[in-house]
Write a protein that binds this ligand. Sequence first.
Ligand SMILES: Cc1cc2nc3c(=O)[nH]c(=O)nc-3n(C[C@H](O)[C@H](O)[C@H](O)COP(=O)(O)OP(=O)(O)OC[C@H]3O[C@@H](n4cnc5c(N)ncnc54)[C@H](O)[C@@H]3O)c2cc1C
Length: 454
Amino acid sequence: MANARVLNDLPVAIVGGGFSGTLLAIHLARRGARVVIVERDPQALAHGLAYGACGPQHLLNVRAGNMSAFPDDPGHFLRWLGLAEADAANHFATRASYGAYLASLLATARAMMPDRIAIAIAAAQGLVPQADGTLRLALDNGASLHARAVVLAQGNLPPQRHRALAGFEPPQVLPDPWAPGALDAIAPDARVLLVGTGLTAIDVIQSLQARGHKGPILALSRRGLVPRAHADNGPTVTPQPMPTARGSALLRQIRARARDVGWRHAIDELRPHTHALWQAHDATAQARFLRHARPWWDVHRHRMAPAIAQRIAALRTEGRLTVVAGNLQAVERRSDGSLVAQWRTRRDAQTVTRALDHVVVCTGPGGDPTQSRDPLLRALLTAGHARPCPLRLGLDVDGHWRLRDGAGRSALPIHAMGALSKGLNWEMVAVPDIRLQAQRLAEYLTPVREAVAA
Ligand SMILES: Cc1cc2nc3c(=O)[nH]c(=O)nc-3n(C[C@H](O)[C@H](O)[C@H](O)COP(=O)(O)OP(=O)(O)OC[C@H]3O[C@@H](n4cnc5c(N)ncnc54)[C@H](O)[C@@H]3O)c2cc1C
């Protein structure tokens, strides 16, 4: 084992420089630790996937008043925007402005602590545990980093491929709407099918509209559920004790509460308890929730800004956007090169066909790390240093988000955060949850504060 002094001299390596990696780096540096952020895409540094390449039409789906990067300073983002807390809490800022906020936080932290935050622009692709308990992280530029701990902050896993879309390639079928330039090939009058009706589909619809799209858009998902809108004002939730009911009794209780105080209020009250409620259910009950209740939970919990909801409603009223509940069964290519999609409707099991020009996969992030093409994840799984969590919601981690190896032991100082750690907490995808995780993980990795905070 390396002695404590040697360990303290080694940095923590953070793979991924999006919101999660950036915030963890800032907290660790403030606690005196050295960190290296390894980010494969220089444009994504600090911004990550969500707050990088987005237009003015893309608004945050959380009120600015709840988007501070720091859990103990709720007004931080509002102050950065130059807005007064009293009249701006209900403001929905642009995602681009949030990216600029994160970039400024990282730049300030690096300026104040230049010897503590280093950045390596490279993809991490392998990891070799050392005999003394430290780790060596291999990068795709041939370099390697010697670290006391590694944190995987790699964001969402790519969406799962729909079996009806096997064999199709871009630009006709677009498996990843976030890929740079993914929508460029869609002509303004093209007929577009979106597979999925959640927040990803809402984003794609807005991106198409911003490009002057005039053709019909059809959005299809099994239940045809679309995210609900935030209220114009709120939330004003009085803290409630954690519900004692579990499983279907808990769902009944939430419905009853929604009748009394409104559904938004009933869902928002649960937020402080979501992680504990998830952990209070065993894997069978969690799987049942994912199978039956997840689509409803998602559309009520992850809402659209009111302005976006109005735009979507207008498109539906004008007949430019149609939302359908049904099961996509097949997509075929016709001799003229266009596509025909066939689905079975949910309501009356009718088979419907429709001619199309493009299909965009909007089913949202995948959860199964064994399906990932990321070289580092693959190397960790192959070597048995990591395993998927039982429900395939990212990696199996212990209570400190430390990876469990193939035998279920937390043997190496490798941690996962953000979406890769959803199995433990379920809700670990949005800023209000991840900002707390970044703070707690930094505390865990630096149990003795190594220097006075900068
Ligand atoms: C379109 C969109 C909008 C969203 N809007 C909101 C919102 O309004 N409010 C909210 O609270 N949440 C929102 N979210 C949730 C969002 O996921 C979180 O807020 C947060 O941005 C997640 O950050 P992350 O750092 O975990 O992941 P990411 O932002 O995906 O960052 C991961 C980074 O890791 C890098 N990386 C991956 N693998 C490697 C490797 N092997 N080597 C080197 N680098 C690697 C990637 O290049 C990427 O930059 C949104 C998400 C999306 C996708």
